[in-house]
Ligand binder design. Structure first.
Ligand code: AMP
Ligand code: ZN
Length: 459
């Protein structure tokens, strides 16, 4: 095992080994469930899925948890703008109550889980609603209060970043808060522009707390839940790249100040955006698609997963329908070739397996892993049954769904014909085998023999 991941904290690809050799501990920033996820959001979870599968494939045990943000996330990602959950309730004409907020969260969480299932994203060991951990949030804020890192303004409890010398851990690969360069802030009561809310007061709706009624700041939920489920220090934290500058930066500083332990997390890993027409796909811009749009267009949603895997998770990708349709054609071809390798599953080709592992362990190099898959398919020296076994092994990470293919792609009738033809050839009954081949042709399939076995293609 020699895992290497790009760490946003150091801006370098580093060797990875878990703090506790027995188990990797990973936290994933989950969605804010005030609306459907768009396919851009889902990239963050396909990336995490590949990461989790790779860690397990390389022989390590893993505990991965994900929060579901069901309160406290403002549209700015910082302390200004509308509360996203409130926005969701208003949009749906619902009364502003905690009960309705929870119901809204539960509805969109189920939709989110459906999307994950559709994309073959394996579920986290635990997905937790942030609002179930208010007690932990309060305790963490109190710890920071006791240690004098906080102050109160008319609208909340804030973290005072001038109390730390190394704010901004994720900004440029080193801790570098620069007061002069800080952005102008709209809240004049803040002592420093980058100070952020740990608790925001809200008289209308919110949770009771020793500070006053309101909501925890968005960042504190991830610190509190990370510490609760994974400990005061853990191995990996993931999220989309936009979470780096504010959300994750603030998570780090508040966690480290509360616990007194550094680093809070060893590896910070971020996935890049999905753009559309050169701009970030975003709910607010009206340029997004839900996953269900693919099925409406008769496109298998796994083609989207496959398309994402063609690029590194650290590369921005530009979505367009032609590219997705191209991926769909390539994936169908892969499926057909796989089915064409017959029904026997042989043994894994170790040479290929080793390369595959090497590519994935190198910061999740899925593009190289996919070209290896094509090479394996073309390799005349590998028996079809062994190709099949090796593809199934690769699919433990790729998650393209080879295992359950059969009936979906080639009808049972074709499989029966293939088997009968194999039998005829074994018995040297070439007349029969030719007849069977013609029958397959008439049903739209072509069979070609080669030294490594045979291949089936759709005509
Ligand atoms: P949200 O539900 O807004 O909290 O976002 C969920 C996840 O989607 C976060 O990790 C974001 O960084 C990520 N994300 C948002 N927009 C995009 C996009 N256009 N492309 C890729 N990831 C995105
Ligand atoms: Zn988070």
């Amino acid at each position: 095992m020699s895992l290497k991941f790009y760490n946003t904290l150091t801006r370098e690809k580093e060797d990875f080994s878990p703090i506790d050799p027995k188990k990797v501990r990973m936290y994933t920033c989950g969605p804010t469930v005030y609306n459907y996820a768009h396919i851009g959001n889902l990239r963050a979870y396909v990336f995490t899925d590949i990461l989790c599968r790779t860690i397990r494939y390389s022989g390590l045990k893993l505990k991965q948890i994900m929060n579901i943000t069901d309160m406290g996330h403002l549209t700015s990602d910082a302390d200004s703008g509308e509360d996203k959950m409130t926005k969701g309730l208003l949009r749906e004409g619902k009364e502003l109550t905690l009960k309705n907020m929870r119901a809204l969260a539960e509805f969109y969480t189920e939709k989110f889980k459906d999307d994950l299932r559709t994309l073959n994203v394996e579920m986290s060991d635990g997905m937790y609603f942030a609002s179930d951990y208010i007690k932990e949030d309060i305790e963490l804020v109190q710890k920071l209060e006791q240690k004098n890192f906080t102050y109160r303004t008319s609208d909340g409890i804030y973290f005072d970043i001038s109390k730390v010398s190394d704010y901004g851990a994720l900004w440029s690969g080193k801790r570098n808060w620069n007061k002069e360069g800080a952005r102008v802030e709209e809240n004049s009561e803040k002592k420093n522009p980058e100070d952020f809310a740990l608790w925001k007061f809200n008289k209308k709706i919110g949770f009771e707390s020793p500070f006053g009624k309101g909501f925890p700041g968005w960042h504190i939920e991830c610190s509190a839940m990370g510490i609760k489920f994974l400990g005061e220090q853990f191995d990996i934290h993931t999220g989309g790249i936009d979470l780096m500058t504010t959300h994750h930066t603030n998570e780090i500083v508040q966690s480290e100040c509360a616990t007194g332990k550094k680093p809070f997390v060893k590896f910070w890993m971020h996935s890049e955006f999905v753009d559309i027409g050169g701009a970030k796909m975003a709910k607010s811009e009206d340029n997004f698609f839900k996953l269900s749009k693919l099925s409406e267009k008769n496109i298998n949603p796994i083609s989207y997963r496959f398309w994402l895997l063609m690029a590194s998770y650290r590369t921005k990708v530009n979505f367009n329908w032609e590219a997705l349709e191209g991926a769909e054609i390539a994936l169908k071809r892969l499926y057909n070739l796989y089915i064409g390798f017959g029904s026997t599953v042989g043994k894994i080709e170790l040479k290929y397996q080793q390369k595959f592992k090497e590519y994935l362990e190198d910061d999740l190099d899925t593009p190289r892993a996919l070209s290896l898959l094509w090479n394996l398919i073309k390799d005349e020296n590998v028996f079809p049954a062994d190709k099949k076994a090796t593809i199934l092994d690769f699919d433990k990470v790729l998650g393209l769904g080879f295992k359950n293919l059969k009936e979906e792609i080639i009808s049972k009738e074709i499989i029966k014909l293939i088997e009968e033809r194999e039998e005829a050839r074994k018995n040297k009954d070439f007349k029969k085998s030719d007849e069977l081949r013609d029958k397959m042709n008439s049903l739209g399939y072509e069979i070609k023999d080669s030294s490594g076995g045979y291949k089936i293609n759709k005509i």
